[in-house]
Write a protein that binds this ligand. Structure first.
Ligand SMILES: *[C@@H]1O[C@H](CO)[C@@H](O)[C@H](O)[C@H]1NC(C)=O
Ligand SMILES: *[C@@H]1O[C@H](CO)[C@@H](O)[C@H](O)[C@H]1NC(C)=O
Ligand SMILES: *[C@@H]1O[C@H](CO)[C@@H](O)[C@H](O)[C@H]1NC(C)=O
Ligand SMILES: *[C@@H]1O[C@H](CO)[C@@H](O)[C@H](O)[C@H]1NC(C)=O
Ligand SMILES: *[C@@H]1O[C@H](CO)[C@@H](O)[C@H](O)[C@H]1NC(C)=O
Ligand SMILES: *[C@@H]1O[C@H](CO)[C@@H](O)[C@H](O)[C@H]1NC(C)=O
Ligand SMILES: *[C@@H]1O[C@H](CO)[C@@H](O)[C@H](O)[C@H]1NC(C)=O
Ligand SMILES: *[C@@H]1O[C@H](CO)[C@@H](O)[C@H](O)[C@H]1NC(C)=O
Ligand SMILES: *[C@@H]1O[C@H](CO)[C@@H](O)[C@H](O)[C@H]1NC(C)=O
Ligand SMILES: *[C@@H]1O[C@H](CO)[C@@H](O)[C@H](O)[C@H]1NC(C)=O
Ligand SMILES: *[C@@H]1O[C@H](CO)[C@@H](O)[C@H](O)[C@H]1NC(C)=O
Ligand SMILES: *[C@@H]1O[C@H](CO)[C@@H](O)[C@H](O)[C@H]1NC(C)=O
Length: 500
């Protein structure tokens, strides 16, 4: 202990002697003050371990307490004492803060600018590599800062910061987020450009390998769609490729929640598409996808619209529809085969409004202006609607000359039967078997039937005829008058003959 004190005093003396050469400070003069007085915490006499008065700094080489002034000197041997105001110590060997353990035994906490602590608890600060302004070890070239004009990159000082992957913050050249190619800050929202094949999102200055839904690609950027779109291929409201839920995509690539399906548009999936201009409403793009037509037009069965419905040839109107007649009809008022109003020229219109190729003219029907009409029920065949339009009659019924049919033929009075006809006798006859005046079978009251089947009111009984009942008969040619048919029935003779 004593020897160490002597050694210390000796060393102090040598140092003090060398300080004597410093014109400013005489260490020797200080040396005389080396007491352990009230400002000094002593371990042994004259040796301070710390200073008890806050105005004093512990002086390492002499282990004394001095006012701070003496601690801020570069001494003549070049050694620098540095005041550590916190610990009230004059640090040495380039420490900025330290704890002095006496006799220049110190523990460095921090170093002066340009020096670094090589390890925790070291008693010396080492000089940084000259490329650093400050450094932090463990090596001399682990720069913490650089001299003006240089920039700190990866703990080294450089003239420039690489243009790609780094950004400048103060005097530091710092790594960009790995997602960025270039940046202006450390996060993945500080990108200025992106690596090849990666999209730049200007909205948050980030980089992503995909351009997500709701954004569109422009060059290498991924830009926000117009808010009306779900997906898009450009910035405007008419660049939509799809729409938010509940909205329709129009053909002009806009989105809207309403699709005017009542007027010119139709829906397919989530698309609102334009009808063909000929339609009012539709279910598809073509002229034959109409569901209804503009005012004044007709909807056809093939879902087309037209202002003309050919009701004169195969069509009929129902509401605003122009519908096809049954193919058997020419005109009609409905779809069925029995809705015909007229028929094609080769067909007949029946009473039940059907058209058919045949008209049963041999059985109760007749043709009038291409219609097949019913005969009067009296007739079998006819040429008109009335009971006197018969052309033939049912069996057991007679056709009269006035084209009526009757079941009885008055053969007792003026008519005769020929086949199924009931014909009028010559008016000179009462009954007959033919049409002529010589077809009489009997004669009206007061008339005579002659042998040639004619009738007459006069019978020339004075000259060759005789009366038998209602008949006027010829005498035998030998008689002038007679009362019978034979030669022996003469009542008188011609002038040249004699009656026997
Ligand atoms: C204590 O030492 C200081 C110098 O370090 C000196 O100025 C002061 O007079 C001394 N006090 C006493 C009581 O000796
Ligand atoms: C410390 O020293 C200074 C100067 O010698 C003196 O003025 C002061 O009173 C002292 N303080 C204490 C707490 O002793
Ligand atoms: C200083 O650092 C540079 C670059 O890091 C290196 O080349 C050089 O050798 C270092 N000098 C010393 C003395 O370590
Ligand atoms: C910076 O340090 C990292 C990690 O040690 C290294 O990958 C990179 O190449 C260094 N940058 C430069 C420019 O030296
Ligand atoms: C940037 O914005 C896009 C789109 O909104 C998003 O997907 C991405 O997560 C954001 N990136 C960052 C880093 O915030
Ligand atoms: C892409 O961006 C360029 C430049 O900003 C612009 O002129 C162009 O119109 C954009 N293209 C699309 C499809 O948005
Ligand atoms: C897109 O089309 C719809 C429907 O035709 C129309 O209402 C709308 O005005 C159009 N928008 C643009 C921007 O052209
Ligand atoms: C649709 O039907 C109408 C009437 O039958 C016809 O005139 C028209 O040619 C048809 N159109 C199409 C596209 O089939
Ligand atoms: C309509 O009348 C015709 C001719 O009388 C007949 O052939 C046809 O069966 C009838 N059709 C209907 C549906 O009544
Ligand atoms: C047709 O002639 C018959 C016999 O002459 C007669 O009885 C009937 O009244 C006539 N009918 C008509 C409608 O003329
Ligand atoms: C009866 O009718 C047939 C056919 O019309 C005719 O040839 C014949 O002469 C008629 N007979 C009498 C007696 O009228
Ligand atoms: C008159 O007619 C009747 C009946 O036909 C006949 O029996 C009679 O012999 C006839 N008399 C004479 C004279 O011809």
């Amino acid at each position: 202990m004593l020897s160490s004190l002597i050694f210390t005093l000796l060393i102090s003396n040598i140092i003090a002697l060398s300080y004597d050469q410093n014109p400013q400070i005489s260490k020797k003069s200080l040396r005389n003050l080396a007491y352990c007085n009230t400002s000094c915490q002593c371990t042994v006499s004259f040796t301070c371990t710390s200073c008890s008065n806050s105005s004093y700094y512990y002086y390492p080489d002499t282990s004394e307490c001095y006012q701070s002034f003496y601690c801020t000197q570069t001494y003549s041997n070049g050694e620098i004492y540095t005041p550590d105001p916190t610990n009230k110590v004059c640090c040495i060997r380039n420490c900025a803060t330290c704890q002095n353990n006496g006799n220049e035994d110190q523990t460095c906490f921090t170093c002066l600018v340009g020096y670094y602590l090589p390890s925790v608890g070291a008693n010396t600060c080492n000089q940084c590599n000259s490329s650093c302004y400050t450094c932090n070890g463990p090596n001399s070239n682990n720069c913490l800062s650089c001299v003006a004009g240089q920039i700190l990159l990866n703990n080294t000082c450089q003239n420039t910061c690489p243009s790609s992957g780094y950004y400048i913050s103060g005097n530091n050249c710092l790594n960009c987020d790995p997602s960025c190619k270039t940046c202006n800050g450390q996060t993945n929202n500080n990108c200025l450009s992106c690596p090849t094949g990666v999209y730049f999102y200007p909205n948050n200055n980030s980089c992503q390998s995909t351009c997500i839904s709701g954004y569109y690609i422009n060059g290498t950027s991924c830009l926000l769609c117009n808010s009306s779109c779900l997906t898009c291929n450009g910035p405007s409201q008419n660049n939509c490729l799809s729409c938010p839920a509940g909205q329709y995509l129009f053909q002009n690539n806009t989105c809207s929640s309403t699709c005017n399906i009542n007027n010119g548009y139709y829906i397919i999936g989530t698309n609102c598409l334009q009808c063909n201009s000929s339609c009012l409403t539709c279910n598809g793009p073509n002229s034959n996808n109409c569901l209804s037509c503009p005012f004044g037009q007709y909807l056809f069965q093939n879902n087309t619209c037209s202002s003309i419905c050919n009701i004169n040839n195969g069509y009929y109107i129902q509401g605003t529809n122009c519908l096809q007649c049954n193919s058997s009809c020419l005109t009609c008022h409905g779809p069925n085969s029995n809705d015909c109003l007229s028929c094609p020229s080769n067909l007949y219109l029946n009473l039940n409004y059907t058209c058919s190729a045949t008209c049963k003219t041999n059985s109760g029907y007749y043709i009038s202006f291409n219609s097949c009409l019913q005969c009067n029920s009296d007739c079998l065949t006819c040429n008109g609607p009335s009971s006197n339009n018969c052309l033939s009659c049912p069996s057991l019924v007679y056709l009269f000359e006035n084209n009526t049919c009757q079941s009885t033929c008055n053969t007792n009075n003026g008519y005769y039967i020929n086949g199924t006809n009931c014909l009028r006798c010559n008016q000179s006859c009462l009954t007959c078997n033919g049409p002529n005046s010589n077809n009489c079978l009997s004669c009206p009251f007061g008339q005579y039937l002659f042998q040639d089947n004619t009738c007459s009111v006069t019978c020339n009984t004075s000259n060759g005829y005789y009366i038998n009942g209602t008949s006027c008969l010829k005498c035998n040619s030998r008689c002038l008058t007679c009362n019978g048919p034979n030669s022996n029935n003469c009542l008188s003779c011609p002038s040249s003959k004699y009656l026997f």
